[in-house]
Design a binder for this molecule. Structure first.
Ligand SMILES: Nc1ncnc2c1ncn2[C@@H]1O[C@H](COP(=O)(O)OP(=O)(O)OP(=O)(O)O)[C@@H](O)[C@H]1O
Ligand SMILES: [Mg+2]
Length: 349
């Protein structure tokens, strides 16, 4: 067992039964939303989880937070399998893994002041911090860049970025070991995205919390993640360190995903300026593996450089050029790097 790992996910699956037609009763067919995902996450590290819409990222995150029961596999937090916990054990586990959602407004009760919302998890667990609950909430508000006097305000009195800060304050109130961030900045303005991403990094430095960071924006993932896992049709098709994966993507789907990102340098030679969907179609013709989830091509971290896999996944072209990682700690957002769905359309039919 990896002793450094706070989280180990072993072959988890989530199969949803779907209602059939007249001659296929309910349960006879399933959607394999997640189909054998494995990875591990070290303390204080961030794993970026990327992939196209519907590939199973949120389902994976929800199973880790046990908001959803896995169909199979194991989820170990600190070496303890939490995939089958129930009752009191499940309740006790919940403080270890928290979630931050894409839409902070939907995750807050509009009739509750933010002070009450942030205090709720501590109140439910009868946690009485030194100095009192109210002071602790005010401390948390300050920690996430809000003011103590915001305690009595309602969610509608905040901007989107401020509401996401409230969501972050609530998520860290119980000192979790892992936070699943499910597209936490996708709904925010680009300049606010940068502030929230930088706040998450600050919190990680201060508390040592580990993140699963689900996102579509590869520039954010590149900035915040230590490792990246690429999902496709319910499976992880490639994972590795951030540097390795962005420098030399091996799986055809990862290559297509990265090459779908618009080039920020208009001075690039015309040959490297393919559109995302054209590039994916081209690679699909060259590499049929890109058209399927290709379980045989799946690699695990540390990346097993299987020669047959490498041969099938190797592209004849150099990988798409992305800007080098920022040398400063503060992230400068580049809206042109957003890998939106229209860019990668063509990867699924
Ligand atoms: N409760 C459910 N019942 C049936 N199918 C579901 C359910 N929840 C999710 N799915 C299906 O599981 C698949 C994965 O969904 P999921 O929300 O995990 O995708 P995602 O990668 O997070 O997508 P997005 O990037 O758009 O958020 C989808 O095909 C979805 O339709
Ligand atoms: Mg999702």
């Amino acid at each position: 067992m990896d002793t450094q790992a706070i989280l180990q996910v072993e072959n988890i699956q989530k199969h949803f039964p779907i209602k059939g037609g007249l001659f296929s009763p309910k349960g006879s067919k399933t959607v394999k939303a997640v189909d054998g995902v494995s990875f591990s996450l070290a303390r204080g590290h961030t794993l970026g989880l990327v992939g196209e819409s519907g590939c199973g990222k949120s389902t994976t995150g929800r199973m880790i937070a046990r908001l959803m029961d896995p169909t199979g596999g194991r989820i170990l937090i600190d070496g303890v399998d939490i995939s089958q916990l129930a009752g009191r054990d499940l309740y006790n586990f919940r403080r270890k893994v928290q979630m931050i959602f894409q839409d902070p407004f939907a995750s807050l009760n509009p009739r509750q002041t933010v002070g009450t919302a942030i205090a709720a998890p501590m109140l439910a667990r009868k946690i009485n911090p030194a100095g009192g609950l109210k002071n602790r909430v005010k401390e948390l508000l300050e920690q996430v860049g809000l003011k103590p006097e915001h305690y009595n305000r309602f969610p509608h009195e905040f901007s989107g970025g401020q509401r996401q800060r409230v969501g972050i304050a609530r998520a860290i109130s119980l000192n979790p070991s892992v936070i699943v961030c499910d597209e936490p900045v996708s709904a925010l303005d680009v300049s606010v995205q940068a502030q929230v991403v930088n706040l998450l990094q600050e919190i990680q430095r201060d508390t040592g919390v580990a993140y699963i960071f689900i996102a579509h924006d590869l520039s954010v993932v590149r900035h915040i993640s230590h490792g990246v896992a690429v999902m496709y049709l319910g499976k992880i098709v490639e994972q590795g360190s951030r540097e390795e994966l962005f420098r030399e993507p091996r799986h055809p789907y990862t290559q297509a995903l990265l090459s779908a990102v618009p080039l920020p340098d208009p001075g690039q030679p015309a040959s490297s300026k393919r559109s995302g969907s054209a590039e994916i179609s081209r690679r699909r013709q060259t590499h049929p593996a890109a058209a399927s989830s290709a379980p045989g091509v799946r690699c695990s971290a540390p990346w097993a450089r299987n020669s047959s896999n490498a041969a099938s996944a190797k592209s004849p072209d150099p990988p798409a050029r992305l800007p080098r990682p920022a040398t400063t700690q503060v992230w400068n957002p580049q809206p042109s790097l957003v890998c939106n769905r229209s860019n990668i359309k063509g990867a699924i039919h």
